[in-house]
Design a protein around this ligand. Structure first.
Ligand code: ATP
Length: 472
């Protein structure tokens, strides 16, 4: 039996690809073959449900090729086989962690009970289902003022129970965490209630499936699939605007689920009322529940996100050192969206690990020139000097001049520090704007402020205040 399964596994890996194999098939084992039926053990009901739909045919074929007299499969939820990678999730490559997957159909009785059951016909198009990203959980979602309401509403839906607002409509600009929250809801809800039938997909996939159902005359199956879920989650709903028959079907699906008291979660890049070419009746339906906006991130949230991502990256790049002020610098300079922020940090870690160097401000500027330039908010060194002089009530000419008294030297160093943090000017360029000072003087000034900031709270507050007013 062992040899048979080993042979079938290699064949399956070759057939479905290593990625799919590791994710879905490696955790399975063959329990028995009896009366033409092979009994496959799956560690979770979820996996069993998924595999029975998507991989029944390849498994059957592989067993037959290995010489087994098998006509059917049954699935049993049982402890993982020893072949499963049992290392903790953080030590396994992300792609190898079996991902929770939005169940495209009601959980089968076979999966629900630990008893063998017949196999369902696999879905024809695996691409149509939307796998959840294992990183997009509530634990990994950093909460701050701009997203606290969206987060709280998402948590509420994930808890299940009585439906208080339907639909939950999440909207916001690019890369602000809509998809992350949607996955987190699906993941959490599935964990709390493994029986729940959750369907998460993009509006584009909804349309694709619908068109496919029309073409293949399986619209009744399509309707049944969508109307028998407990939680429907549709991402980027603006996509179906202007697509008349898809909108129509979406409207009916929506109504059927609401009538049955089933929860719906929708995301879009704008509020329902602002989606162009969306039928009025749909807009009004979408507006019936709770509409929450993911606001653009503020400095504090960006910094917290960077800190949290840094902790995660440290697992991949142990021992890498991160210099002072780097995260603050990134949080100030990259304001476009979290995806870009995350990408910048990822690049920095990879670069520093290749070079075997500490991540400091110079490396950051060198390595991220393109990203920084794109999100440059165009604060000039001169503006910084003016603002600092005004704040400390000194003359601009004194700020850039040669006098070394402390009442001038400290604000001057603050201005140098802000110039480095807030512009993409090099040290020699900054030096030229400070009365032709040498770049080592500028570097010394910046280091001094970096040190003082950690010890002197009022100085740190002053700097934050200056920065905010320059950004405004
Ligand atoms: N508050 C947050 N905490 C942690 N990570 C976040 C947060 N917000 C966004 N991210 C991360 O930023 C990236 C982009 O987020 P996501 O894909 O959810 O954005 P989106 O709003 O769906 O964007 P789009 O409009 O492009 O679909 C993801 O990697 C996500 O994990």
């Amino acid at each position: 039996m062992d040899d048979l399964w080993t042979g079938a596994r290699s064949e399956l890996e070759a057939r479905v690809g290593t990625h799919n194999y590791v994710t879905w098939l490696a955790p399975l084992s063959l329990r028995a073959i009896d009366g033409g039926s092979a009994d496959i053990a799956c560690p979770t009901r979820f996996l069993s449900d998924w595999v029975s739909r998507h991989y029944a045919r390849p498994i059957l074929d592989a067993l037959v090729h290995q010489g087994a007299e098998v006509e059917r499969l049954s699935f049993t939820v049982a402890a993982p086989s020893p072949a499963v990678d049992t290392r903790p999730a953080e030590l396994r490559p992300v792609d190898s962690i079996p991902r929770a997957v939005a169940s495209p159909m009601p959980a089968t009785a076979a999966a629900a009970a630990a008893a063998p059951a017949p196999v369902r016909a696999p879905l024809r198009d695996e691409e149509m289902t939307a796998p959840l990203d294992a990183r997009f959980t509530f634990d990994n979602f950093v909460v701050g003022k701009p997203n606290e309401l969206a987060h709280a509403a998402a948590r509420r839906v994930a808890e299940g129970g009585h439906v208080t607002f339907n639909p939950l409509f999440l909207y916001g600009g690019v890369g602000l965490g809509k998809t992350h929250l949607m996955h987190a809801i699906a993941y959490e809800r599935q964990t709390r209630d493994p029986q729940a039938r959750i369907l998460y997909l993009s509006a584009e996939q909804f349309m694709y499936r619908f068109v496919q159902a029309l073409r293949e005359r399986t619209v009744m199956d399509f309707k049944e699939l969508f109307r028998t879920v407990d939680l429907l989650m549709v991402d980027d709903v603006q996509f179906i605007a202007g697509k008349d028959s898809t909108q129509e079907e979406f409207f009916h699906t929506f109504n059927a689920l609401v009538d049955q008291g089933k929860q719906i979660v929708i995301s879009a890049d704008r509020a329902p009322g602002e989606i162009k070419d969306m039928e009025e009746r749909i807009k009004s339906r979408l507006s019936c529940g709770l509409i929450v906006d993911l606001h653009p991130t503020d400095y504090e949230l960006r910094l917290s996100i960077l800190q949290s991502k840094t902790e995660q990256f440290r697992l991949t790049y142990p021992g890498l050192r991160l210099g002072q002020g780097v995260l603050e610098f990134l949080a100030h300079r990259i304001t476009s969206n979290v995806r870009v922020l995350e990408g910048a940090l990822q690049r920095l870690f990879a670069f520093a690990s290749l070079m075997g160097r500490e991540i400091d401000l110079d490396m950051t500027q060198e390595c991220l020139t393109d990203i920084l330039r794109a999100s440059d908010r165009k604060v000039t060194v001169e503006e910084i000097q003016r603002k600092v002089a005004e704040h400390y009530n000194i003359r601009l000419s004194d700020l850039v001049g040669p006098k070394r008294v402390r009442t001038l030297a400290r604000p001057r160093q603050i201005a140098m520090y802000l110039a480095k943090q807030m512009t993409s000017r090099s040290l020699p360029e900054i030096g030229r704007r400070f009365g032709g000072r040498d770049h080592t003087t500028i570097m010394h000034g910046i280091r001094k402020i970096e040190e003082l900031r950690t010890e002197d709270r009022s100085l740190a507050e002053d700097i934050d205040l200056l920065r905010r007013s320059l950004e405004a």
